[in-house]
Design a protein around this ligand. Sequence first.
Ligand code: LLP
Length: 418
Amino acid sequence: MHEFTFKNNEFYCENIKVSDIAKKVPTPFYLYSYKTLIDHYKKIKSAFSSIKPLICFSVKSNSSLAVLRALVKNGAGLDIVSGGELYKAKIAGVDPKKVVYAGVGKKRDEIESAIKFGILFFDAESEEELGQIEKAAAKLKKKVNVAIRINPDIIPKTHKYIATGKGESKFGLDFETVHKIFNSRWKYPSLNICGVQMHIGSQILDAAPFTEAIKKVLEFLKEYKIDVEYFNIGGGLGIVYSIENPQTAKSFAKSILPLLKRSGLKIILEPGRFVSGNSGILVTKVLYTKRTPRKTFVIVDSGMSDLIRPSLYEAYHKIVPVSVPRDSSATAEKVDVVGPICESGDFLGKDRYLPYMRPGSLVAVMGAGAYGFTMSSNYNSRPRGSEVMVIRNKFYVVRKGETYKDLVRGETIPKVLK
Ligand code: LLP
């Protein structure tokens, strides 16, 4: 459930009309509902309350400082994957002991900054990376916690670009290598190799791949008598974009809690999309309707540079008119909703049934709170729009829209070209 609803043909975010926000904020803009965000965080928290896990929100899904601060204030930790995310996490005021750091390509300076900040642990993804963390820890004279990311080699049942738990994926390490690492912990005197981690993929709708992977990891630890303190089971819980019927936080917990409890390990979860996905929408304006002999296109003022998921994964995002047009007699027409970008792959939705919308009408692209703004770009030299958050009956611009000046920030034309 989320807080974007129609009341008398008008679309609201919590108690505020989206069209009223659009009177003050130019389109396109991302709009987040604080209540939806926190409700989803609490859903996971309460589903797993019997084992009191550390819930580290996955910053890559939505790294708006307001989103991070809102979650941190409500007790969340953060899952980060770069020096940039670490920087944002610090500004959001996160407790360092609630930060975990994953990713296959951590750079030395990023590792050192995270050690200095005092994060809970790194999720290490290769032996060479372990060597690098060891060197950084020795230099800084710190004992550093590390969990080893395991690739459990299962079929995560999701889009191939967001499946990570298969053997051929670049993520994590195979059981044999992990075993070897645990047998040679002495090689890393500055590290405390105290956990294992997995993240099998994203937008996973049922519990089976999770239970399979968790069982494999726990059996592995048991078989080789590997003693660890933490088990980080990653993120990946799917949400409703269209007709999916995903597991709820409760049913997910029901399936995996017995396994986790039996393990006696401290559990960490890294949900991203489940918390942020349905907490945000992209609000955009209709520019033109263009009829061709084969198709009708509704051209809007945002596209793949703002929300790349449809172009990249053929992901489905529901598209709704913000004010239902009164003069349309609601006859819906099959249209492609496309952006202004010069790419055929620039679309937000294909073959959608929408009523005619005059130029200037507002449209909302649903489920855009995760991997929306964070994956946006300036392609076609388009400044990115604002991010706005509704918090208790008020809306706040939490990130100003970019200007043309922002597009050239940091650029110089060498004198020889002048
Ligand atoms: N932990 C790790 C180590 C991850 O790599 C990810 C996501 C998460 C947690 C959070 O996963 P979530 O709960 O959000 O599924 N851009 C794609 C999704 C890529 C996910 C990358 N890793 C999309 O738009 O669907």
